[in-house]
Design a protein around this ligand. Sequence first.
Ligand SMILES: *Cc1c(COP(=O)(O)O)cnc(C)c1O
Length: 442
Amino acid sequence: MNFISTRGAAAACGLSAAIAAGLAPDGGLYVPDTLPGLSAQQFDGCDTLPAVATRLLQPFFDGDALAPDLAAICGEAFDFPLPLLPLATARDSVLELFHGPTAAFKDFGARFLAACLARLYAGRERALTIVVATSGDTGAAVAAAFHRRPGLRVAVLYPDGRVSPRQAHQLGCFGDNIHTYKVHGSFDDCQALTKRALNDATLQQAIPLSSANSISLGRLLPQMSYYAYAALTHWRTQGRPLNFVIPTGNLGNAFAAILARTLGLPLGRIVLATNANAVLPQFFAGADYTPRASIATLANAMDVGAPSNFERLRWLYPDTAQLRREFPAQSVGDEAIRETIARRYRSHGEVFCPHTATAVKTLEDLRHEGVDGDWCVVATAHPAKFESVVEPLIGRPLETPPALAALLQRPAAAQPLSADYAAFAAELHRSFRAETVPPAIT
Ligand SMILES: *Cc1c(COP(=O)(O)O)cnc(C)c1O
């Protein structure tokens, strides 16, 4: 299969090239040039997440150098549990995407991307450096996934003082081939530095660079797998499609669900839940699409004012009226997030992270309006990752999942960096020159 740009002005390319490039050369996002059809029957015999993922992604890998490795990549990337559990409220369930190494759903995409790039860059003379700006979760997932991968190195930039202490610890605890920078500035400053580096042809000559942000095809495609797995599991036991409510920021997670349904998997309705950053709900309610600066909320991994995968949604649904009919969306403010976390714990003993709480609240409102069917809330992070928000609301300490506890045990450090491009470029030259042979990994 080939991949084309949403902006239509870049040459079609194969999967490996699209994954390595990140952004298409015309500034658009890579999308498949054809959409394969996949019915539930075609997954007969696929009973595990890696087996479902391999079957699902096969058409996308067809003809690519990575195709023979697809099953191995899925097995390696998806090696942690994916529980689909009933909630206390009837016909409601939760899909827990937070059992990976950094306790957030971004582990699925980051681990898959790393497994692909490790194979593409193994044995090459020049290492590939991944630059990633993060407001918290992305950087940790990418650092964990790329840690000690031969031929790959990572520069993580985060805004100093604007991530939670636990997030900062996770970002700085890897070392080896992971370089962590605490930038004296905002997340937007971090993003501006990485974008400029990725567009700096002179720098790229000396240091081959790539990105790992949420527009990366190598993160987007694998995210379809858990929706396929959950929907097939439900279909096989209940004979009905499963409807989803998805906490949404950059639309990477939700777009993967939409694409999986488009391919023919038994997903029913898809509803988006955002925090107070309401650009998507306002668009779906009929307003113009107006990207804006983000505002800070309790669900900080969804603090997005210009959702980067919106361009892919427009590509899939060029008809605005149809797009608006298809995807209801609701914005949930901080007060409702707090109220939902406290009340669900008090009434049912259920504990949700602030991101997941936006989806829980949205489903409650849908049920209140009388919506029918089997619904699944997508849980994007473990509540213990946001203990400073959740613990005071439920009035007890949360147990830290073992993978997260292991990371918190490691010593952590980050190098200070000013939000200045010349300083960043000089640092990249100093630490990442391609001639520098990466240290042997034992
Ligand atoms: C990144 C993230 C989201 C938002 O996902 P998008 O793909 O950007 O829409 C939601 N919840 C958590 C915990 C996240 O880390």
